[in-house]
Every structure is written in structure tokens, then in C-alpha cells.
Design a protein around this ligand. Structure first.
Ligand SMILES: [Mn+2]
Length: 294
């Protein structure tokens, strides 16, 4: 079968687990919007993981609240509101062969649900650092070939430190760490507080470095939530919005995934996002910002 998984660390871990239990002959990496917009032909030969449901797929694993199906709707696979899609897959197969991936799945839980420390946000190491190499800048093309290599290394039992010691990974890790420092500085420079919201609008700023979603809370520790607005890399008519609760101080009561769903997107209660049409993005951004202010 063909496995279609998310472009992030959780998606990669799903691929390790699923391809250990199913006959997978091809792995491709997609973002949720491509599935949502039905931009790709999906058949019952496809397995989807950490991505929204597609009615034509053969097997589906996800944990995003926004992709939960209506009661009684039948599908093969599993949806559960767990910390990572990897956890959903791991529990679904209940396969003792997968036990060697226990630690990796625990890290998928931590990373995907934002349970990381401030130190890990700015100076990641181990699994967190490996995850940064997999998720770094789309512009630099974290190519699918690299993700497939990491999946293979993990499957043949190379430990995370062994993988991080490989020349190619080392280079990517060093670049990711530099990007994080650079991003942190630029977030402080271009971000601002809008009420209780740390707001960062980088539309039109092509050279903005890549960073993770936590650094904005280090830059603006009093923020209850953050909102980032940025250009879509592939579709000029689209503006992306990412919203999250302060990962180090969860006091916001806004259900972000539900709010994003109202604007055509989705996510979890604590983090989510949507894609807006550029022509009416400004009005919608103002609206969302207004609803995020508490
Ligand atoms: Mn996930």
C-alpha cells in the first residue's frame, strides 16, 4: 500500500510504525490542507496518518479533534484524541514488535502536544533536535528523500544519537539550531502584543528564518495565545494563520481548533490553524484576533 503521512515528526514516527506492520511500498509526505482541499487522488490502496480523513482511503489514523468523524461513520483504522497520531497507531496494533519504539512514541507525544521545556524550545537535543531537522524550512526543501532515510535508520535500529551523529543529519541539525536563534531574534523584533495575543505577521517577508511554535512565548511570556500570519509558499492567493495557547502557561480558555474550524481550518484545543484567501484575509484576521483577545 501507499502511506501518506504528515510532514512533521509525528508523521515520520507514524510511518516507522505503520510500515513495520503493513505492506508499505511507498511513503509520501503531505500537509493537512492538501487532503482537506481534496487536491490529490486517494484510493483504498492508501493509508493516511496524522492527516484529515479522506472517504476513499483504505486505512486512517489520526488524533486531531477537528478531523473526528460523526458518530457511527464507518472507516478502517483508528481515530482517538491522543497526544500524537503515533500513539494512536502504536495502541491500535498492540504489536510486541513495536515495543522497541516506546521511547520514540513518547517523544512524539511530547513534541506533538507541546509538552516541552523552555530550554528544549531554544536549544533542542536528542529526539527534539532530530524532529527539528525533519520539520525545518519548506523553502530549503526538507526533502522527502531525507525523511525516508530517517525512517529507514529508525527501522534498522539506529539510535537517535547514532542518527544525529551522521554527517548529513549533523549539518541539518546545526542549520536548524542557527535558524532557531535567528528566528527568536526576529520574532522579538517583528512581533507585538495585541491585548493578550502575541501577534506576528510576516506576510511579504520572504527571508524570514524557520523556527518552532514555542519561541514566540519565550519572546512574549505574558501572552495567553499567539497568532502568526504568513504567506503560503505554494499558493500566492493563500495566507496561512497559526494559532496556539501559550505552551508554557496554559491559561487561555479559547478552543483554538474549534475556532479555526469556523474559518475553514482545524487543529487541537490548544493549537490550530487555517488558510485564508488573500483577498479577504485582513478582515478575517481582525475577526480572529478579536475573538482570541480575552
Ligand atoms: Mn500529530
Amino acid at each position: 500500500m501507499r502511506l501518506i503521512t504528515h510532514t512533521d515528526f509525528d508523521g515520520v514516527v507514524c510511518a516507522v510504525l505503520i510500515s513495520s506492520c503493513e505492506e508499505v511500498d511507498d511513503i509520501i509526505f503531505l500537509d493537512p490542507a492538501t487532503i482537506q482541499k481534496r487536491k490529490m487522488k486517494i484510493t483504498d490502496n492508501d493509508i493516511l496518518s496524522d492527516l484529515p480523513y479522506h472517504p476513499k482511503c483504505g486505512l486512517w489514523f489520526d488524533h486531531h479533534l477537528s478531523s473526528k468523524l460523526k458518530e457511527g461513520e464507518k472507516f478502517e483504522g483508528e481515530w482517538a484524541p491522543k497526544k500524537s497520531a503515533a500513539r494512536v497507531v502504536y495502541d491500535y496494533y498492540e504489536n510486541s514488535y513495536l515495543e522497541k519504539y516506546k521511547e520514540m512514541v513518547e517523544w512524539a507525544d511530547k513534541i506533538d502536544s507541546g509538552e516541552i521545556t523552555k530550554e528544549e524550545a531554544l536549544l533542542p537535543a536528542g529526539w527534539r533536535l532530530l524532529s527539528e531537522t525533519l520539520e525545518s524550512d519548506a523553502e530549503k526543501k526538507v526533502d522527502d528523500a531525507y525523511r525516508r532515510k530517517v525512517i529507514e535508520w529508525l527501522k534498522v535500529g539506529e539510535g537517535v544519537e547514532g542518527i544525529l551523529g551522521k554527517e548529513e543529519v549533523k549539518k541539518r541539525a546545526e542549520a536548524a539550531l542557527l535558524d532557531l536563534q535567528d528566528y527568536f531574534g526576529k520574532v522579538k523584533e517583528f512581533g507585538r502584543m495585541e491585548g493578550s495575543v502575541a501577534y506576528l505577521d510576516i506576510r511579504g517577508m520572504e527571508k524570514f528564518p524557520h523556527g518552532n511554535n514555542y519561541l514566540i512565548y519565550l519572546a512574549f511570556p505574558n501572552a495567553k495565545v499567539s497568532m502568526k500570519v504568513y504567506d503560503d509558499r505554494t499558493d500566492k492567493e493563500i495566507v496561512n494563520v497559526s494559532v496556539g495557547q501559550n505552551a508554557f502557561n496554559r491559561i487561555s480558555k479559547v478552543n483554538i481548533g474549534a475556532l479555526m474550524k469556523e474559518y475553514g481550518g482545524g487543529g487541537h484545543p490548544v493549537v490550530g490553524g487555517t488558510h485564508l484567501k488573500r483577498i479577504d484575509a485582513d478582515g478575517k484576521i481582525k475577526e480572529i484576533l478579536g475573538r482570541l483577545k480575552e
